[in-house]
Write a protein that binds this ligand. Structure first.
Ligand code: SF4
Length: 218
């Protein structure tokens, strides 16, 4: 049975991308080696021994604030915890860290079979190890995206700080339908927002804002 490193599981409203406004259960997996300088979940990047809780520690299910503590859990434990926490929510977001660095296929498959929609938020640097019914949000960063992942993605959510963030992926973006592409200004920066709006108008791309940050939602 696969084991996964889990940072936190919590309910909130999806604040960005195509599912904006949808109540969701977020499962944040621990560990990422991409190293984006502006990462807003830096606490979920490292697998440091001093931050490791006992296996299957329920603290990760009731964190009041984000922190670097994580647990190692069997897939079945995580599925049980997720189903118990859903309540009326029917959308699950698998996020990180880089969730595709871990064996998440069975977790995603069970959640789909339980009637939930499942969204995977990934940098695309790893092989997409998820069932076909999963909605893939590909968020390309500075590191190389595996070529097959561009075609598999249901949406591209591209963090933009400077024009280079777009130019770096220009060839891949040019092959995609414009409505799949969402530009997201990094950290609500005014110049980045202006750039994103201009590019959306020029290319019929979409704008994605981190709306949860405007209302201090997790
Ligand atoms: S890929 Fe995501 S989790 Fe990893 S460093 Fe970049 S922003 Fe952070």
């Amino acid at each position: 049975m696969p084991r996964l490193f889990v940072n936190e599981v919590f309910r909130s409203v999806q604040g960005e991308g195509a599912w904006t406004g949808t109540p969701a259960l977020f499962i944040r997996l621990q560990g990422c080696s991409v190293g984006c300088p502006w990462c807003d979940t830096a606490y979920a990047q490292d697998l440091l021994p001093q931050n490791r809780l006992p296996d299957e520690d329920a603290q990760v299910l009731r964190k009041a604030e984000p922190n670097a503590a994580y647990t190692c859990a069997h897939e079945a434990w995580l599925v049980r915890a997720a189903l118990n926490m859903l309540g009326a929510v029917r959308h699950v977001v698998l996020s990180g860290g880089e969730p595709c660095a871990q064996p998440l296929f069975g977790l995603a498959d069970t959640l789909l079979r339980s009637g939930c929609s499942v969204q995977l938020e990934t940098s695309g640097t790893e092989t997409l190890n998820c069932p076909s019914g999963v909605w893939v949000t590909l968020s390309p960063k500075a590191r190389h995206v595996q070529p097959a992942n561009w075609a598999r993605a249901d949406e591209i959510k591209l963090p933009v700080r400077h024009m280079e963030d777009v130019q770096r992926h220009a060839a891949s973006l040019a092959k995609l339908a414009p409505e799949k592409i969402r530009l997201q200004p990094v950290s609500q920066d005014a110049a980045a927002t202006e750039l994103c709006v201009r590019l959306c108008l020029e290319r019929n791309w979409r704008l994605s804002l981190q709306t949860h940050k405007f209302i201090n939602l997790r």
